[in-house]
Design a protein around this ligand. Structure first.
Ligand code: SF4
Length: 465
């Protein structure tokens, strides 16, 4: 559920980037890469409507150019994109130079949708002999991509010790074995890789989240895109630190703790963490998709809250937190959706809040049922949340919305820790079904199209970027 990538959108930036890489790999493995003379990309539906604001065109060009979203230096994005635009050339898969004019070769079909999913894109390559080669991909949320006609069967081909599709199944395994949620996940993960590799991967995920927060609280200025949104995390950090000295992440955390435990002080910090990540996301910075980019701030903010204001830093707890969160996200993905183009913002901020709530509850010593209850509470109070980003940019309401998702996660966790799950009236599976029904009934205007809500009441004219 966690992927290291580049902002601002998992469905509209990371997914298309991955699709472009997959198309290039197909060209190369089929021996056609050096035969390509021209390339067109067609964007449909939600991908076309908010593609400019979400940097879809930029991501596709970088993917075609052989760059990887995990390793590409985000400070080089503008210069590489300007080079392609000015020279009207890109190096397909980093190996084969072709003529490419992004203004003409990337087409946005605002009013056309492909039936399988609202986030669709097609690659059409023309070969030396005049033949055409095309593939269509769907960006199905959280940076996951499916090629037309292909169903992702990776998880089905592996026999897991504890197969889980629903919260009830997860609880069944927990009750049967006495394992915590994170321990069940770790057991399942060993079907793919060793425990040591999983631990290393999870800690690396946290490292990227942590660096993102730290970069975000030290970066000022305006966000790109033409909406003139001022970054706020750096100023808030300065106010809260109140002149105390620090020189790295660890001393920053220690310094933060010296400020005490006042309720408003802690709430301000949680907001600061979330703002920092999502301002980075909106600036094409390196973030962890969790489970999407628009909602990338919720989980780091709650985990940073846990580290700063509860038990402190421990690798065990970080692993426990992220494994538990990932399992909850996975259950939402299987039972409903994590794509705002399918389900609105409840599928992004709502899911990330539910993931964080369960994870925090486990780290705070809650039972497995309290963890599930916390996830249920967090989602219950995000049901129906629509997606209507102004100008198609992942800025308003997205950045502040992460602060809300984080605070709700902490509240949901506390409520669950203070409750007896036996008396809960709504199960997590019921709330997931409700979320999916709500997603299906939701007007398409509120599904990442910028055709409704705030997006139409606060119009801007987007500058080309
Ligand atoms: S409104 Fe919510 S779902 Fe839509 S782009 Fe923003 S964070 Fe994502």
């Amino acid at each position: 559920m966690f992927k290291i990538g580049v902002g601002p959108s998992s469905s509209h930036t990371l997914g298309p980037w991955r699709a472009a890489q997959r198309f290039c790999n197909m060209l190369e493995t089929s021996g056609k890469l050096y035969e390509v003379t021209a390339l067109r990309i067609l964007l449909y539906g939600s991908l076309a409507k908010t593609g400019k604001g979400h940097g879809t065109d930029i991501a596709i060009q970088l993917g075609l150019d052989g760059q990887d979203p995990v390793t590409f230096d985000v400070d080089q994005i503008n210069s590489r994109i300007n080079d392609i635009r000015n020279m009207k050339e890109l190096v397909l898969n980093g190996k084969h130079e072709i003529g490419f004019n992004p203004d003409e070769d990337i087409e946005f079909f605002m009013n056309e949708n492909l039936p399988y999913h609202p986030n669709a894109l097609s690659f059409l390559a023309t070969l030396k002999n005049g033949d055409n080669l095309s593939e269509t991909y769907y960006s199905i949320g959280g940076g996951f991509v499916e090629k037309e006609g292909e169903k992702n069967s990776a998880s089905q081909s592996v026999q897991l010790p504890f197969p889980v599709d629903t919260a009830d199944e997860l609880l069944h395994w927990c009750m049967k074995t006495g394992l915590s949620i994170s321990e069940v996940v770790m057991e399942n993960e060993t079907s793919w890789r060793s425990e040591g590799e999983t631990r290393k991967g999870v800690l690396n995920t946290w490292r990227v989240m942590q660096e993102c927060i730290y970069r975000g609280i030290h970066t000022e200025g305006m966000l790109p895109g033409g909406l003139q949104v001022k970054r706020r995390a750096a100023e808030l950090n300065r106010k809260l630190i109140a002149g105390r000295q620090y020189n790295d992440y660890n001393s920053w955390v220690s310094t933060m703790r010296q400020g005490g435990n006042d309720f408003r002080y802690i709430i301000d910090w949680v907001s600061c963490f979330a703002l920092a990540v999502n301002e980075e996301n909106a600036s094409f910075g390196r973030v962890v998709t969790a489970p999407t980019n628009g909602a990338a701030g919720v989980i780091p903010a709650v985990l940073q809250y846990y580290i700063s204001f509860t038990d402190g830093y421990s690798e065990e707890k970080i692993i426990q937190f992220l494994l538990t969160a990932s399992e909850i996200g996975s259950i939402f993905k299987k039972g409903a959706t994590i794509s705002a183009a399918m389900g609105g913002c409840q599928a992004e901020i709502g899911v990330s809040s539910a993931m964080a709530a369960a994870a925090l509850t486990e780290c705070m010593g809650g039972t497995q049922r309290q963890c599930i209850m916390a996830a249920e509470i967090a989602m219950e109070h995000h049901l129906g949340l629509t997606c209507d980003p102004i100008g198609g940019l992942v800025q308003i309401p997205c950045i502040e919305r992460n602060t809300m998702g984080a605070i709700k996660a902490i509240t949901a966790s506390q409520l669950a820790l203070q409750s007896a799950p036996d008396f809960a009236k709504v199960s997590l599976d019921a709330v997931i079904r409700t979320m999916w029904d709500t997603a299906k009934d939701m007007n398409h205007k509120y599904k990442e199209t910028s055709d409704g809500g705030l997006a139409v009441h606060i119009p801007i004219s987007l500058s080309e970027c």
